[in-house]
Every structure is written in structure tokens, then in C-alpha cells.
Ligand binder design. Sequence first.
Ligand SMILES: NC(=O)c1ccc[n+]([C@@H]2O[C@H](COP(=O)([O-])OP(=O)(O)OC[C@H]3O[C@@H](n4cnc5c(N)ncnc54)[C@H](O)[C@@H]3O)[C@@H](O)[C@H]2O)c1
Length: 307
Amino acid sequence: MSSARLLSRALVGPSHTARLAKSAQLSTRLMSTEVRKTPRSLPSFSMEGKVAVLTGAGRGLGYEFCKAFVQSGCTTLAIVDLKDSEAKDAAAELSAYACSVGGLKPEEVNFIGVGCDVSSEISVQKAFSEVINTYGRVDSVVASAGIVENYSAFDYPFDRIKRLYDINVHGAFFTAREAARNMIPQGGGSIVLVASMSAQVVNIPQPQTPYNASKAAVRHMASSLAVEWAKKNVRVNCLSPGYMATKLTKTILDHDTALKKTWESLTPMGRIGEPDDLSGAVVYLASDASRFTTGTELRVDGGYCVI
Ligand SMILES: NC(=O)c1ccc[n+]([C@@H]2O[C@H](COP(=O)([O-])OP(=O)(O)OC[C@H]3O[C@@H](n4cnc5c(N)ncnc54)[C@H](O)[C@@H]3O)[C@@H](O)[C@H]2O)c1
């Protein structure tokens, strides 16, 4: 046998081929076990290493957004809400949640609760100072604090209308402005303003003109700020939920089954959203997964606005 033949036999001979086949089988098995055991997702959706600030996060959607961030690896959060004690209680609950779902030790989780009235610019500035003093930076901010009231136009007292705009519109603006002031020097960040499908449609049957107008303002505020800060790498988007089953809406709907039926029948998907139906959307907008997305509205409404 020629030396070349001997060499090729040594390289690709039966024992070598068998070894290759065995190792291929083994790696296929290992890979399939790994795929089964390890949930995989696009790394850019991770909130690991990000400092997140969420207003109106003591309860409702804001609280649910915190849980979504925790599930996506966020370990540094500021929970901002009107009552300091409620914000701190929520921070403690969410820390326990992070330890139970994420298998983290309490010392690996940094969650603070901060009392703040978003309708006061000074209060918002103080809240951000506390965050910066504690964590040194801020990467993702969600402005979820907001209120809704149902009055017909002729019955709505002006002081209440003013309060609604102070919270929903000016509160979102103060939050975004303070976020950007801190994000620009550090090289960028992502801001999510929570608007509503009411920015686009007129809800029926309940009258809520100032609320609808306030959310239309928030939606256009997101686009306008996005353009102002685009070159500074601060992205601003808005998330517009449809009807969601938060504690607040549940309380109303439990007493008014006819209203629940109306809302469900007006929604093509035939149901009211669960708060965690928004998880993917808020994580997308807050994380690097949306790094080329700014000034946009992401509607999550079961199809309500398309009919
Ligand atoms: N739930 C829905 O169906 C729905 C639908 C569309 C949009 N939204 C919007 O989502 C956001 C959250 O709504 P939610 O259902 O979670 O309401 P919610 O009432 O359950 O929670 C709102 C939170 O904001 C806080 N807040 C109110 N005024 C504040 C202030 N001045 N300063 C700081 N915090 C304040 C409250 O204390 C509360 O914790 C709101 O902006 C709302 O308009 C909700």
C-alpha cells in the first residue's frame, strides 16, 4: 500500500469515521438536551445590567412592567409612586419576587421605592436625584403614572381636568425631561411613555374627553421628544395599551358586567388584556432590542383600533 494511501486510511479509516459519527451523535444529544433545558431568546432583549426607573409602579401596569424587567434580568430598579410607603412596599415585594423567580440572593437585587408626585417638577427632579445618588446612572425609564376619570364634558369640574392634565401630560413630560437630562451625558437611554389606545380612538360608552386628549398629547410628545434627542442616543417611544385588567378596571367591571361585555365585544380578540400581555412590548421598547426604534407608538390592544 502506498504511503499516501496509508496516511489517508489513518485519517479517514473506519475507526476514525466511527469516532466522528459517535462524537456527532453525542453533540446532537447534548445540543437537544441544552435546547430543552435552557430557554433561549435574543440577547438584546436582556435587561441585565440596566438601571430602570418606573413611575406609577406601586401597583397596576407599572408594577407589572417591573416584573417583566425582573424576568428579563434587571436587578436594579427604582419604583416611583405617589405614596412613599407604597413605593417602598412594592420595592420590597419585587425584591422577594426577583429572588424567587430569578434564584437571586437578596444582596444581588437593588430595588428602591421612591415617593414622588409626577405632577410636580421639583418632586420628579428629587426622585431622579435619589436614583442617581443611589445607582449613578439611569438606562431605561417608563412613565406609567396616570389617572382616568369618566365625566361628560359639561359635568367635568375644571380643577379635576387640570389635575388630570398635570399628572398625565405634564407628569410624563417632567419624567422624560429628567430622564434625558441624566441619559445624555452618560451616552443614551430609552424612555417609554405609557399612552393608551384612547390616543387614537374615542372609547364608548364612557365619556372621557380630557383623558383621551391627554393620551393623544402623550403619544405626540413621545414622537416630538424622540426627534429632539435622537442624535443624543436617547430614544423615546410610547406604549399604548387597550383595555387591561388591572385592579382598578377589575373593580369597575366586577360591578358592571354589561360594560365588561361591551368592552370585550368591541375588542376583536374578544377579551380584556391581562397586564402581562404588555410584558414583551415594554421589554422590547426599554431594551437594546429596539435600538433603531424611536418616536413610534406600539399599540397592544387586542386589535381594538383596527376596526
Ligand atoms: N388599565 C388600563 O386599562 C389602561 C389602558 C390604557 C392605558 N393605561 C395607562 O396605563 C397607566 C397605568 O394605568 P394602571 O391601570 O396601572 O392604573 P393604576 O391606577 O392601577 O396605577 C397608576 C399608578 O400611578 C400612580 N399615580 C397616580 N397619580 C400619581 C402622581 N401624581 N404621581 C405619581 N404616581 C401617581 C398611582 O398611585 C398608581 O400606583 C396610566 O397612564 C393609564 O392611563 C391603562
